[in-house]
Structure formats: C-alpha cells, structure tokens
Design a protein around this ligand. Structure first.
Ligand SMILES: [Zn+2]
Length: 149
C-alpha cells in the first residue's frame, strides 16, 4: 500500500498491522488528522508547509528502494490530492504541478520496476473544485501516458 494522501492511511495501517503479507507505507502531514496515528510498516510524517522539492526528494529517496526490498506483487496507490497548498484540510504545500510530479514518479517507478498497480483517488478539499478535478485527472492522464502509450 502506497498511501500519499495528506492524512495518514490509518485504516489500512490498523487492518494490516498484524498481516505480514501486506506492507503499508504512508507519507502524510504530521499535524493532520488522525492526531493519534496508527503504525504503518513505514510512516513518513512531514512538517507543515512541506513543499514540492522536499516532498519529492523524500519520495524519490524512499519509494524505489522500498519496492526493490519488499518486492510487492501488487501496489495499491492512494493518490489523494489534499497535499496541495490550497487544500482546506491539508497542511502541506505542494503545487498542483508538484502533485502531478508525485503521481508521475509513483506511476513511472511502478512501470519501470514492472509492478502491477492500481490508483484510488483520495482526498481533495480545495475551495476551487477545478484544482481538485484537475489534480485527480492528472493521475489518470499520467497513467494513460505511462502505461498505454
Ligand atoms: Zn485525506
């Protein structure tokens, strides 16, 4: 499980906590809900106002190695777009372009390492719904570009 929604993947962390066959990875806002976090197999808690560069550096330094070590048969990717700075609930500060680059990196990494994957939309609470729609659409546009062209 690769959960990049701004909120910790607390549900899946708890459900699979004792299941060694499922590895849960969550990268989320340290000061976002849930305030008492569950324990994923790997949690990376990010500070408030974490921007594109810091976020993408951490992701790039983590995900490929994690996949190479864990050798997953399949990845569920939760692609919440509430990491964007305009989000009313999220406390991170990615730009829409940074969010798109996040998705591109996850998808391209899965493609390059030949791990089957699926995307599931997560949160998005920007006041301007066009930001949310465009960010979610980007995930699927990139999947089309990377996997099917
Ligand atoms: Zn969320």
């Amino acid at each position: 499980m690769v959960d990049l929604d701004v909120h910790q993947g607390n549900g899946t962390a708890e459900i699979f906590e004792k299941d060694a066959s499922v590895f849960t990875f969550s990268m989320h806002g340290e000061h976002n809900y849930p305030f008492v976090k569950e324990k994923s197999d790997l949690d990376i808690a990010l500070p408030n106002a974490c921007g594109d560069e810091e976020y993408l550096t951490i992701l790039k330094n983590t995900l490929p190695e994690l996949i190479q070590v864990q050798k997953p048969d399949f990845i569920f990717y939760l692609s919440g777009v509430d990491v964007i700075a305009s989000d009313k609930l999220g406390k991170l500060a990615l730009t829409p372009q940074g969010c798109k680059e996040r998705d591109r990196f996850v998808l391209q990494t899965c493609f390059d390492l030949q791990v089957p994957m699926m995307c599931s939309m997560g949160g998005g609470y920007s006041a301007d719904i066009k930001i949310i729609l465009n960010a979610h659409a980007n995930t699927y546009r990139l999947a089309q570009e990377i996997f099917f062209s």
